[in-house]
Design a protein around this ligand. Structure first.
Ligand SMILES: CC(C)(COP(=O)(O)OP(=O)(O)OC[C@H]1O[C@@H](n2cnc3c(N)ncnc32)[C@H](O)[C@@H]1O)[C@@H](O)C(=O)NCCC(=O)NCCS
Ligand SMILES: Nc1ncnc2c1ncn2[C@@H]1O[C@H](COP(=O)(O)OP(=O)(O)OP(=O)(O)O)[C@@H](O)[C@H]1O
Length: 194
């Protein structure tokens, strides 16, 4: 069984997947795959360098993610270009990882699950949910990004309402991490029938 897990930036997807992983569940994480497809020497990084120039690289030749974040989330055409390059590569790798998963069910954690129609790969969908003001606050604190960049990332994602409409199960992450973990345990019992 493939369980999709999604939520807007800073909603708590990583916090929730960490708990599923601790229960022995295989996690396929789109943000991690997105890093793997742009490693040194990859086709993804070569194309990005051709498009944005060498200024998009750090001194060691790896991708300057903070610089690319600024470039794409301040310019919708550049964002579209990057999405068109990376999304097929990300999808292909995720499909391979789903095929390799061995746990009772696996979690497919994707920020853009609803936007990218990846719900079709899932038997169930979990939405990690909290108020937008909390997403903004948590993401700014974690990334050290400006309010403007985080707001522009949020604007390029589905709305809270659109995401919740796709949910079979909702994790309320507006309270403590202990409350989040409790909800993960309940869902795990539900999915394993224990
Ligand atoms: C622009 C990049 C290099 C910035 O890297 P950075 O390390 O700062 O952020 P990270 O990858 O950890 O993403 C943080 C969050 O931003 C949001 N986000 C990332 N990419 C996108 C996107 N194309 N559209 C909307 N939201 C996005 C997600 O909520 C994600 O969890 C990176 O986000 C990227 O390569 N994005 C394109 C690939 C993509 O769409 N990834 C999302 C998973 S499919
Ligand atoms: N219930 C909570 N209480 C306090 N802080 C939290 C809670 N849940 C998550 N956080 C913190 O908020 C930040 C964002 O959480 P997390 O990284 O899990 O979100 P995410 O959905 O994976 O974000 P992104 O889409 O950017 O990858 C992290 O620094 C995390 O430690």
């Amino acid at each position: 069984m493939v369980v999709g897990l999604t939520g807007g930036i800073g909603s708590g997807k990583s916090a929730a997947t960490n708990k599923f992983a601790a229960l022995g569940i295989d996690i396929i994480d789109a943000d991690e795959v997105a890093r793997d497809v742009v490693t040194l020497g990859s086709e993804g990084l070569t194309r990005i360098t051709e498009h944005f120039g060498h200024a998009i690289l750090l001194e060691d030749g790896t991708l300057n993610r903070a610089a690319l974040r600024e470039r794409v989330f301040n310019n919708s055409e550049e964002k579209q270009w990057l999405n068109q390059l990376l999304h097929p590569l990300i999808r292909k790798t995720m499909l391979q990882q789903i095929a390799d998963a061995t746990s009772h069910y696996c979690i497919l954690s994707v920020p853009l699950l609803v936007e990218g129609n990846l719900t079709e790969l899932c038997d169930r969908v979990i939405v990690v949910d909290c108020p937008e003001s909390m997403q903004l606050e948590r993401a700014m604190q974690r990334d050290g990004s400006t309010k403007q960049i985080i707001e522009s990332i949020m604007a390029s994602q589905a709305t809270r309402k659109e995401r919740l409409a796709a949910a079979d199960d909702v994790i309320d992450n507006s309270k403590t991490l202990a409350f989040l973990n409790e909800q993960v345990l309940t869902l795990h019992s539900k999915y394993t029938g224990q």
